[in-house]
Design a protein around this ligand. Structure first.
Ligand code: KIV
Length: 298
């Protein structure tokens, strides 16, 4: 099996996406597309499809590694996946999600871990969850030349504090708090803000009030862009999709049918066939058969 580095004709003419590109898109009212990816193959497909931003999300803890929540995934595991995605992507922005615990103990530790994603894995930005309580960290990261993506609303790393994966910002106080958090992140230097699991009206208001772009997930159509988890998009999660997910394909069905076909063919000795077999060169074959005659079956 080989990995080809040839670009498709579409990717050959595309310019590299930067945060300036996303800012221009917001100003021009052109939607920003973002998706998660966690490995070389899917990142390559996502990039070649023309997505603006690829997030190596800590959702990989659940959809790739099989954990119940995003909490257990480590910096080392995230680095491993960011490197794989980095090798695949030529055009989209590659952003790394900072896992739980990697920026919660101190600002200093947060900056040190974020720098690892930039330096050791080739990320172009990091994402952190939280609002005004992360403002100092956002300032320090920005000061360290690290573009920061904020993440507000249903923040999965807070699952236990929230009492489950619940839509946030439903009361007037909670909606106002989200707006305050968004403004605090922007003032601290965040270049983009993910709005997850909140009423459409709240996301719309935040999007209008901010100069930096927002990308929504479960936050309605009025954000500057949208992001989904790749495995949700293609039905690879083995779970009932959330209300905000739209499945654009059924990879589970496709993979199952391919795997079933393979197992059937192996069991029936229908694979490999003649066309999938290698042969000795003619001049060696006769000599080989004479020198090493097949043992007759008893
Ligand atoms: O980890 C993730 O995939 C995310 C996106 C859902 C925004 O944070």
């Amino acid at each position: 099996m080989s990995v080809s580095n040839f670009c498709s004709p579409a990717s050959a003419v595309r310019a590299k996406v930067t945060f300036q590109t996303l800012q221009e898109k917001k100003q021009a009212g052109r939607p920003i597309s973002a998706l998660t990816a966690y490995d070389y193959a899917t990142a390559r497909l996502v990039d070649e499809a023309g997505v603006d931003l690829i997030l190596v999300g800590d959702s990989l803890a659940q959809v790739v590694l099989g954990y119940e929540t995003t909490l257990p995934v480590t910096v080392e595991e995230m680095l491993h996946h960011v490197r794989a995605v980095r090798r695949a992507v030529k055009h989209a922005i590659v952003a790394a999600d900072m896992p739980y615990g990697s920026y919660h103990v101190s600002v200093q530790e947060g900056v040190t871990n974020a720098a690892r994603f930039m330096k050791e894995a080739g990320a172009e930005a990091v994402k952190i969850e939280g609002g005004a309580n992360r403002a100092e960290l956002v300032e320090r990261l920005t000061d360290a030349e690290i573009p920061v993506i904020g993440h507000l609303g249903l923040t999965p790393q807070s699952v236990h504090r929230m009492g489950g994966y619940r839509v946030q910002g439903k009361s007037l106080t909670a909606a106002e708090a989200l707006l305050k958090d968004a403004l605090a992140l922007e003032a601290a230097g965040a270049v983009l803000i993910v709005l997850e699991g909140m009423p459409r009206e709240v996301a719309q208001h935040i999007t209008q009030r901010l100069s930096v772009p927002t990308i929504g997930i479960g936050a309605g159509p009025d954000c500057d862009g949208q992001i989904l988890v790749f495995h949700d998009l293609v039905n690879l999660t083995f779970a009932r999709p959330a209300k905000f997910v739209r499945q654009y394909g059924d990879a589970a069905a496709l993979f199952r049918s391919a795997i079933d076909g393979y197992v059937r063919d192996v069991e029936q000795r229908a694979f490999p066939g003649e066309e999938e077999s290698y042969h000795l060169p003619k001049e060696v074959r006769g000599a080989f058969e004479t020198a090493t005659p097949l043992r007759r079956k008893a």
